[in-house]
Ligand binder design. Structure first.
Ligand code: NAD
Length: 523
C-alpha cells in the first residue's frame, strides 16, 4: 500500500509532477486558499524519480499554513532510503565530476531558464508550503533563479593556478569537487535555500542529497523536476523527506563529504558535532537577533520603509531580521509615530491574494512560541505598542495561525531582546551616543546581520566596520544580491553562501608538483 495517503478533497486532484497537468492551470483561476490542495505523489525524489519510502521511520502530517488543512501524510526517510539516495548520488557524481565546467554550466543555465518559465507554479507551491504572500514567494523563486544563473555562469570559469618553480619545475592547483553534499534546509525560505545550496554544489561538480524541513517539503521536489527537465543526469539532485532523525542519518553518512545546513543554532551545533565525528566540511547558516541603528540625521521615510521590510516579511520568520531597532532619542517619537500606523495597516490575509501583506505563521506551535515570548515580555515590563495577538479569520477557510504584527518597547536585558523570536515582533529602544549603541547592538551571541541609517558617510563606514555581523547594511536592510557573500558571525554560522567565495565551500584544492629535472640522490 502506498505510504503516501492521498487526501483527495472535493474534485481537485493535483500532483507535483511534470507528467501531470500543471498546477498553474488549476491555480490561475482560483487563487484562494480553499483547503483543496492535496499531494498525491510520493515525496522522495531519488535518481530522477518520485519514490516512496522503503524504510519509513516517522510519519508527519503536512499542514497547509493558511488553512491548517492536511495536505498529505508524509513518511520520514529511514536508513535504507538515505543509503539509496547517497548511493545514487555517489554514482552519478563520478561522471558529473568528469564533465567540463562549460557542460555543467549549460545544464544549470537551462534549469534557471526553465524555473523562470515556471516561476508562477513554483511560487504557488511555495505559498502552500510556507503561507507567505504570493508576491513574496515570487521574489524567493527569483533568488533561486539568480543563484542558478550566477553559479551556472561561474561553472565554466572554474580553474586552478599555474605556479612557476626553480629550474623549470612548476606546480599547479586543481579545484576539485568534494563529492556528495548533504544539504538540510529550514522551512521559511525553502526554494531559496534549495537554489542557494544546490546551484553552487552542482556547478562545482558535486551531487546533492537534499533534506528539506518536514514543515515545507514541496518546493525542493519541484526543483528536482526542473533539474530533470533541464537534462541534469539522474542522481545528481535527490530529495529525501523527514525530520531530525533523517537529518542525522544524512549528516553521519560515511559517503557524505560535506554538509550545508540552514536552521537553528541548537540544531546547527548537533550537525557540527556529527560532521566533526566524520571529519566533514560543514557550512552553517543559523539564527539571528540583528540590530538596526537609526541616527537622527537619517532619511526618516527610507528608515521607516527599511525597518518595516526588516521585520514583517514572511510573517517575521526571517533569520536576518532587524528585530532590535535602536532609534536615536531625538527622532524616537517621530519614528514611533510613523511606524505604528504602518504596522497596524498590515492585516493578515489569504497568502494567495495579491494584496495580502502578511499570511499565517508556519504552524500553531510556532505561533504559540511567538505569543509566549510576547506574554513573558509583558510580565518583564515591556510595553506592547501595537499588535501581538492571534487573529481569527471569520467565515473563511483560513484556519491557520495568524498573528497581528507587533512593536514592543523593550529593554536590553529582557528575554525578548536576547532570544530569537522568529515571528512578526520588532523591539524598539532609544539611544543617545554612537559608542553606547554600538556596545548595545553588539551585545548578543548572534551575528547574522546589522544595519545603520545615517547621512554621515564617515560614521556609516565607521559603524559598519565595528558591527559584529557577517552582513551589514548602510541605509537599507535585508537586501541580498547573489553577488554578495551571505553568512553569519558568532553563533549565527560558519561559511558563506552566494558570491564567488562559495566556490571554496564546495570544492577542495589539490596541489600538483611537476619535476623538470632528474632527481638526485638524497640519502
Ligand atoms: P531547525 O533547526 O529546527 O531545523 C532545520 C532543519 O534541520 C530541518 O530540516 C530539520 O528537520 C533538521 N534537523 C533537526 N534536527 C536535526 C539533527 N539533529 N540533525 C540534522 N538535521 C536536523 O530550524 P527551523 O525551525 O526549521 O528553522 C528556523 C531556524 O532557521 C531559525 O533559527 C532561523 O533563524 C534559521 N534560519 C537561518 C537562515 C540563515 O541563512 N542563516 C535562514 C533561514 C532560517
Amino acid at each position: 500500500m502506498s505510504s503516501i495517503r492521498c487526501l483527495l478533497k472535493k474534485n481537485l486532484k493535483t500532483c507535483l509532477n511534470v507528467n501531470t497537468r500543471s498546477v498553474l492551470d488549476i491555480f490561475s483561476s482560483r487563487a484562494v486558499s480553499s483547503g483543496n490542495f492535496v499531494v498525491t505523489e510520493p515525496l522522495n525524489f531519488i535518481n530522477g524519480h518520485r519514490v516512496e519510502c522503503k524504510d519509513a521511520c516517522e510519519q508527519f502530517q503536512l499542514e497547509e499554513p493558511a488553512t491548517g488543512d492536511v495536505i498529505c501524510n508524509m513518511d520520514g526517510s529511514g536508513q535504507r532510503d538515505v543509503d539509496e539516495a547517497v548511493r545514487c548520488a555517489k554514482e552519478a557524481q563520478l561522471s558529473w565530476r568528469a564533465t567540463s565546467g562549460f557542460e555543467r554550466s549549460k545544464i544549470i543555465l537551462k534549469a534557471a531558464n526553465l524555473l523562470a518559465k515556471r516561476k508562477e507554479e513554483m511560487a504557488r507551491i511555495e505559498v502552500y508550503d510556507t503561507g507567505k504572500p504570493i508576491w513574496e514567494a515570487r521574489a524567493d523563486v527569483q533568488t533561486a533563479i539568480d543563484s542558478l544563473e550566477y553559479f551556472g555562469g561561474i561553472a565554466s570559469a572554474l580553474c586552478g593556478q599555474h605556479i612557476t618553480l626553480p629550474s623549470g619545475s612548476f606546480g599547479y592547483t586543481r579545484r576539485e569537487p568534494l563529492g556528495v553534499i548533504g544539504a538540510i534546509g529550514a522551512w521559511n525560505f525553502p526554494i531559496q535555500m534549495a537554489g542557494w545550496k544546490s546551484a553552487p554544489a552542482l556547478a562545482c561538480g558535486n551531487a546533492v542529497v537534499y533534506k528539506p524541513s518536514q514543515f515545507a517539503p514541496l518546493s525542493t521536489l519541484f526543483l528536482g523536476e526542473v533539474f530533470q527537465e533541464s537534462g541534469l543526469p539522474p542522481g545528481l539532485y535527490n530529495v529525501i523527506q523527514g525530520g531530525a532523525y533523517t537529518g542525522q542519518l544524512l549528516t553521519s553518512h560515511e559517503d557524505i563529504a560535506k554538509v550545508t545546513f540552514t536552521g537553528s543554532v541548537q540544531t546547527g551545533a548537533k550537525v557540527m558535532k556529527s560532521c566533526a565525528d566524520g571529519i566533514k566540511y560543514v557550512t552553517l547558516e543559523l539564527g539571528g537577533k540583528s540590530p538596526l541603528i537609526l541616527f537622527d540625521d537619517c532619511d526618516l521615510e527610507s528608515a521607516v520603509n527599511a525597518t518595516m521590510g526588516a521585520n514583517y516579511l514572511s510573517q517575521g520568520q526571517v533569520c536576518s531580521n532587524a528585530t532590535r531597532v535602536f532609534i536615536h532619542e531625538n527622532i524616537y517619537n517621530k519614528m514611533i509615530t510613523r511606524l505604528i500606523p504602518r504596522v497596524k495597516s498590515i492585516v493578515p490575509g489569504d497568502p494567495h491574494h495579491e494584496d495580502t501583506q502578511t499570511g499565517p505563521m508556519i504552524n500553531t506551535a510556532q505561533a504559540e512560541k511567538v505569543l509566549g515570548f510576547i506574554e513573558r515580555a509583558k510580565k518583564e515590563g515591556a510595553e506592547v505598542l501595537c499588535g501581538g495577538e492571534l487573529v481569527t479569520m471569520e467565515n473563511t477557510a483560513l484556519k491557520g495561525s495568524y498573528i497581528s504584527p507587533c512593536i514592543i518597547r523593550a529593554s536590553d536585558e529582557m528575554e525578548i531582546s536576547r532570544e530569537e523570536v522568529f515571528g512578526p515582533v520588532m523591539n524598539v529602544y532609544s539611544f543617545q551616543t554612537e559608542e553606547e549603541v554600538l556596545m548595545r547592538g553588539n551585545n548578543t551571541d548572534f551575528g547574522l546581520a546589522a544595519g545603520v541609517f545615517t547621512r554621515d558617510l564617515n560614521r556609516a563606514h565607521r559603524i559598519a566596520a565595528k558591527l559584529e555581523a557577517g552582513n551589514c547594511f548602510i541605509n537599507n536592510f535585508n537586501v541580498y544580491p547573489v553577488e554578495l557573500p551571505f553568512g553569519g558571525y558568532k553563533k549565527s554560522g560558519i561559511g558563506k553562501e552566494n558570491g564567488t567565495q562559495t566556490i571554496e565551500y564546495f570544492t577542495q584544492l589539490k596541489s600538483v608538483y611537476v619535476e623538470a629535472n632528474p632527481v638526485e640522490k638524497i640519502i
